[in-house]
Write a protein that binds this ligand. Sequence first.
Ligand code: SAH
Length: 347
Amino acid sequence: MRSDRVDVVGLLREEIEAFMEELGEPPYRGRQLFQWVQAYRALDPASMTSLPRALRDRLAVHVTVSRPEAVRVQRSQDGTRKYLFRLADKEEIESVLIPDDGRLTACISTQAGCPLACRFCLTGLMGLRRNLAGGEIVGQVLALQDELAQGERISSIVLMGMGEPLLNFAQVERALWILRDERGANFSPRRITLSTVGYVPGIQKLAASDLGVNLAVSLGATTDSVRDVIMPINRRWPIAELLEACRAYPLPRRRRLTFEYVMLNEVNDALEDAKRLVTLLHGIRCKVNLIPLNASPDLPDRPSPRERVVAFQGILHDAGLTATIRESRGWDISAACGMLRVEREKA
Ligand code: SAH
């Protein structure tokens, strides 16, 4: 096996053009290769029939087109499908396909594991194994699309799987530019949502980039004393600093931030919390997504009772905030929010 082969899945279109020039080819050959890989999802240079035969033979020597390998698929009774992917170094990650009303959302991981240890999240129990490369993030989308029937197409991407995307900023940014490229998978940034724990320097970097994707912020509490405990990152970047970064985030017209609020019984679900939330979010163009906890024997908290979630939502509504309750999807296969975890020791 040659170790100097270039994996083109993680390359930006301009980088593939430059690579082709190094091979002595005109840049448009690079655009063609990019299109084969990202739009047609070709795996083998031999199948890239718009390229001259001799070039295909050379590419077979110089490039690889990698894919995370699907080693297990689980299907929920609600149609959600969870994929366990194995990466080249045997690390494993999970991705989820969520069908909803004719639309299809791909929930993608950005790290193997996660270092942040939010109290309510199973991925946090794994710790961080490693950051994913851009090509591994793109590769999940391509691999999921490969699984679909003719005519089925992923309609939106959410970076809400394993990991904290803003702690892997460079590779996430790379992946999103590749996925956005109109000669590739051509995802409009409106159809991409990045969800963050509230890592303030990352929010600022995202704000300074031109990526233009939707931003969701996992708030989860209305006081620092509670947030410090359930989301330890708050000790470094408390609520006031987080919301300041949110207020400074340049929102395209007609778009809103999303605040996710996981609801933990008698921890953060008091009606006083709802009132504080209204005050905190005052003046921010946003909507609130209430997420009843997906419980597990390995997690200390219990979900808020339905009627409390509804009452909480009512207070937000009365104050003029848009608030939705996220219906749990894929719960029976542990594919719902916060339930992605890969057991380290396997038989
Ligand atoms: N690190 C990012 C993205 C992954 S978590 C982030 O923190 O936003 C995606 C969403 O699932 C977050 O809003 C998180 O608060 C929520 N979540 C995590 N564990 C959960 C659980 N057990 N039940 C319900 N939602 C959970």
